[in-house]
Design a protein around this ligand. Structure first.
Ligand code: NCD
Ligand code: ZN
Length: 345
């Protein structure tokens, strides 16, 4: 296969940061995706609807004039968010709230310390039809970092789903076979996003020829058996699995650091990466479902009208991009990718 035309995809999990950083990363996403769910873990977390709406305007002001792109905004759950904010959020078009267990990842210090504390907010979300997006890892330091997602399912996700059976939940950036199986076993209301890097790489990548911080993200890459389970889930056609890059830009100086930040930057070549993964699985025929249909169906939104063309046309990934006062290095910098992506007129 040399060409694949698909309904324009959406990215259901994206970090774009703020200020000058937006200039670099927003166009990369808008060149491929019609919409993206914007993560609220800014340095000062977005907990209020009005702040999220102001942030949306800053994002929109960085969309190139010839492109149309819609940021789908989310709020950050803390122990202190008021249930009354949920009705306001719904009314103003916020699509979801993000649950970060406190300390689980980048800028999650103000996350939730005990899920029971936010039960009144979850109840309001269930009533108003707002989605819950979950970073599904326990933060218990006695649990091995490679097991934190699997343990989260039993300790937190299953009890939560029992208590809020009508709450729609997205288990974000899943990385394990256990998570795939859990999502498949759910009868309703549960879906998962999958990153391109977790479909393409296993944890060996972090250690190949030396410690490679650009391959470090959370949840951390897992062993090959898990990667294979993720690829099977993504390419199976199962409507509960859809695209979420978790593209997470950091200054190169903070990645190449004694305590490197977690996050891989993939937005600029995201559709090329997903195409490679689906091609390797022999399931290019399932890419449109995964990238363009399953997500809108779960969120209750229309599918896009524009189309994106993927062409077998190799190119070299740019080594770095200017990023604020520094540089941003994408995953696979300098390597050759086989598929290029272009919006169709
Ligand atoms: C994300 C970031 O940098 O904001 N990092 C990451 O490794 N994925 C946070 C997150 O989604 O966990
Ligand atoms: Zn993320």
């Amino acid at each position: 296969m040399e060409t694949l035309d698909l309904i324009q995809p959406d990215d259901w999990h994206l970090h774009v940061r703020d200020g000058d950083f937006l200039k670099t990363v927003v166009p990369h996403t808008a060149e491929q995706f019609a919409r993206a769910v914007i993560m609220p873990n800014l340095k000062v977390p977005l907990t209020q609807t009005q702040d999220a709406l102001a942030y949306k305007e800053r994002i929109l002001s960085n969309v190139p004039k010839h492109l149309s792109f819609e940021p789908l905004m989310t709020l950050y759950l803390t122990d202190h968010l008021k249930p009354s904010e949920i009705a306001v959020a719904k009314e103003q078009g916020i699509v979801a709230l993000k649950l970060y267990p406190a300390g689980a990842t980048t800028h999650s210090d103000l996350g939730v310390t005990d899920i029971k504390r936010i039960y009144p907010v979850l109840d309001a979300m269930q009533r108003h039809g707002l989605l819950l997006l979950v970073h599904g890892e326990v933060t218990d330091p006695s649990v091995d970092i490679f097991d934190r997602e699997a343990v989260f399912i039993d300790r937190h996700l299953e009890p939560l789903r029992k208590d809020f059976p009508a709450l729609k939940i997205v288990f974000e950036h899943i990385t394990t076979q256990q998570a795939c199986e859990y999502v498949k076993s759910a009868d309703q209301g549960l879906a998962a996003t999958l990153t391109a890097h977790h479909l393409l790489l296993n944890r060996n990548a972090i250690f190949k020829g030396g410690l490679r911080p650009h391959y470090y993200c959370l949840p951390v890459l897992k062993r090959e058996t898990h990667r294979m389970a993720l690829l099977e889930a993504a390419t199976s056609g199962d409507e509960r699995f859809f695209l979420g890059t978790d593209s997470a830009p950091h200054l190169a100086t903070l990645k190449e650091h004694a305590s490197a930040c977690a996050g891989c930057y993939t937005a600029s070549v995201a559709m090329s990466l997903y195409a490679s993964a689906f091609e390797a699985a022999g399931r290019m025929d399932q890419l449109e479902r995964f990238a363009s249909l399953n997500g809108p169906a779960f969120y209750g939104l229309e599918k896009n009208t524009q189309r994106l063309r993927l062409q077998k046309q190799s190119f070299e990934v740019q080594v770095e991009y200017p990023f604020g006062e520094g540089a941003l290095k994408p995953l696979f910098a300098g390597e050759t990718l086989e598929w290029s992506a272009h919006l169709m007129a």
